[in-house]
Ligand binder design. Structure first.
Ligand code: GLC
Length: 568
């Protein structure tokens, strides 16, 4: 069991950070509770509970599966390159094949689990167990060659780690590893066709192999921002998968193995049951599900690192789709017809359980209006850059800019002088809670001095959003604030990133830089790119998943730009 040539992965502890490799759905983690001491090999799938993804449980010598107890001695396991090494055991993973190699007489036992899409291949002496997906045959490579190949995949990926300041390098390496190993092969729907017909298999970087095994629309935008520095083709591929519209131009919330999530009718049964129990709005008719209109903003930045002709190629491919998706918001998500689109469902905001949605729907929200303003301006800019984009409609750029100006005015209409914040509206009623959604009003840029002063006062007030690890999703002094509950208090990297961008666009680069530095410090305090963290301590919240795509990607993007002195 040679370890030469394998890159050590010291941050993989199999508890907070499970082991996996690029292009694989195999995930290895430590067992818990009665299974402590064992190693679990999972084969993960979209919306399938972890217990059902168990392919095999590996039990160390002397360790009973049941009754080992939470205090069972933990076998020392080292992660390196494409494998895990323990006393008498090696697990090697390359893509969709996993080999368990045990030393003769080592005492490790393998117990099969319920994962339906994995086939075990055993050799008679049972010192070697090979797992493949159903229908695949094991590679003919010797174990030696298989091991070298597995290690090379990881080494090649890590060689692309973007350059950051030396003090950020360890976390940047971990984040880059996360982006690489969160890749899976995904059968994507055919563009423009009925959304459910199966199309090509593409490389999707998922939010997390524990909990989110598919491509989520706005996650893809953020993830692409991290990938763009040294893996621009993979970055563009993420946007290309996300830009899979339905017949009316709406972009889906999620692209997954068997289709898309684009409406409340597509929700997985467990999700529907949960929402039903909570009395959520999906109990009524069908509601479209999408994510915030940030496609043009992300695309513009991702394409900025590409040569001019490549950029133009992608722009020509994406422009019609992004334009239609933008028009969709005005046509299909503006029930009162006032020209200001609104969220019909919390999921479409990306802030699933924010207190903003504790009231009537639809919600006219400052973040949504700001995103729409920015997207219309960027679309108009693309028309100027490549006039053939609107060759059949010369008036288009001017119309887009007029719409942006009108929506920008609508955003100002949400400004509350007394509360000094952009106040969302639930139905016709003002939303009482003070949340990050209000701060996101600044994303549109050109805030009035009064608006900017209000946003900055909130961002800097330690009793509200100026916590040690900002920005909390709800102001700490708001009665709805819950320190550990998803969008009801914890800090998320993406919303802070967007607010920083807004501050910069409003002419406050120093405030933006300070916020960005604190966002970086938050990921470092959490020990890795977790899904969301405690705004006071920086620790991961107990229900937050780990190795989370956009936290990793935006950490990298901010660290690269910091190193480059704010450029890029
Ligand atoms: C959660 C978040 C949502 C995100 C999804 C996948 O539902 O609230 O914003 O897109 O997870 O990461």
């Amino acid at each position: 069991m040679t370890v030469a040539g394998a890159v050590p992965l010291e941050f993989v502890d199999l508890v907070e950070v499970p082991f996996t490799v690029p292009g694989s759905r195999f995930v290895v983690q430590r067992g818990t509770g009665p299974h402590a001491g064992s190693l679990e090999v999972l084969h993960v799938r979209y919306e399938v509970p972890v217990a059902e993804c168990l392919a095999v449980r590996l039990v160390p010598p002397g360790g009973g599966v049941a009754g080992a107890g939470p205090d069972a001695a933990q076998t020392a396991v080292r992660a390196m390159g494409g494998r895990l090494v323990a006393d008498g055991l090696e697990i090697v993973v390359s893509g969709e094949e996993l080999r368990v190699l045990t030393a003769a007489g080592s005492g490790w036992r393998a117990i099969g689990g319920p994962a339906p899409d994995v086939v075990p291949h055993r050799v008679p002496d049972s010192s070697r167990l090979v797992l493949t997906v159903t229908g695949a045959t094991p590679a003919t490579a010797t174990d030696e060659a298989f091991r070298a190949g597995a290690d090379a995949v990881v080494a090649d990926w890590l060689a692309l780690t973007p350059r950051v300041r030396p003090e950020r390098a360890p976390m940047a390496r971990q984040c880059w590893w996360v982006l690489g190993t969160n890749q899976i092969d995904l059968a994507t729907p055919v563009r423009g066709a009925a959304a459910r017909s199966a199309g090509p298999v593409r490389r999707a970087v998922v939010p997390s192999k524990r909990g989110y095994v598919a491509l989520w629309q706005w996650d893809a935008y953020f993830i692409a921002l991290g990938l763009r520095h040294t893996a621009p083709a993979l970055a563009a591929e993420q946007l290309d998968i996300a830009l899979t519209p339905g017949p009316d131009g709406q972009l889906p919330d999620v692209v997954h193995d068997t289709g898309v999530l684009a409406s409340s009718a597509d929700l997985p049964p467990a999700d529907r049951a949960r929402l039903l129990a909570a009395g959520a709005p999906t109990t009524g008719g069908e509601v479209p599900l999408t994510k915030p209109p940030l496609a043009a903003w992300a695309a513009d930045r991702v394409l900025s690192t590409l040569p001019v002709d490549e950029r133009a190629g992608w722009l020509r491919r994406w422009f019609p789709t992004v334009l239609r998706s933008q028009d969709w918001w005005f046509a299909a998500s503006d029930p009162d017809g006032d020209g200001l689109p609104a969220y019909l469902h919390p999921y479409s905001s990306g802030l699933d359980d924010s207190p903003v949605f504790d009231h009537a729907l639809p919600v006219t929200a400052p973040d949504l209006l700001a995103y729409l303003v920015v997207q219309d301006r960027i679309l108009a800019g693309w028309c100027r850059e490549l006039p053939d984009l609107c060759a059949h409609d010369h008036g288009l750029p001017a119309r887009l800019l007029r719409r942006a100006a009108r929506v920008r005015q609508g955003l100002t209409g949400l400004w509350d002088d007394d509360g000094r914040l952009f106040r969302p509206r639930a139905g016709t009623e003002p939303v009482p809670e003070r949340t990050v959604v209000s701060l996101l009003g600044c994303f549109a840029g050109d805030a009035t001095s009064e608006q900017l002063a209000g946003v900055l006062a909130d961002v800097h007030d330690p009793a509200r959003f100026g916590t040690p690890y900002p920005l909390p999703s709800v102001a700490c002094d708001d009665t709805s604030f819950r320190r550990e509950q998803m969008w009801r208090g914890p800090t998320w990297v993406n919303t802070g990133y967007l607010v920083a961008e807004g501050l910069e666009r409003c002419g406050r680069p120093a405030a933006a830089a300070e916020l960005r530095a604190r966002i970086l410090a938050g990921v470092e305090a959490a020990g890795g790119p977790v899904e969301y963290l405690d705004p006071g301590t920086g620790r991961r919240c107990p229900t937050a998943t780990t190795s989370f795509g956009w936290s990793a990607a935006l950490y990298l993007d901010l660290a690269v730009r910091e190193e480059a002195g704010g450029q890029r």
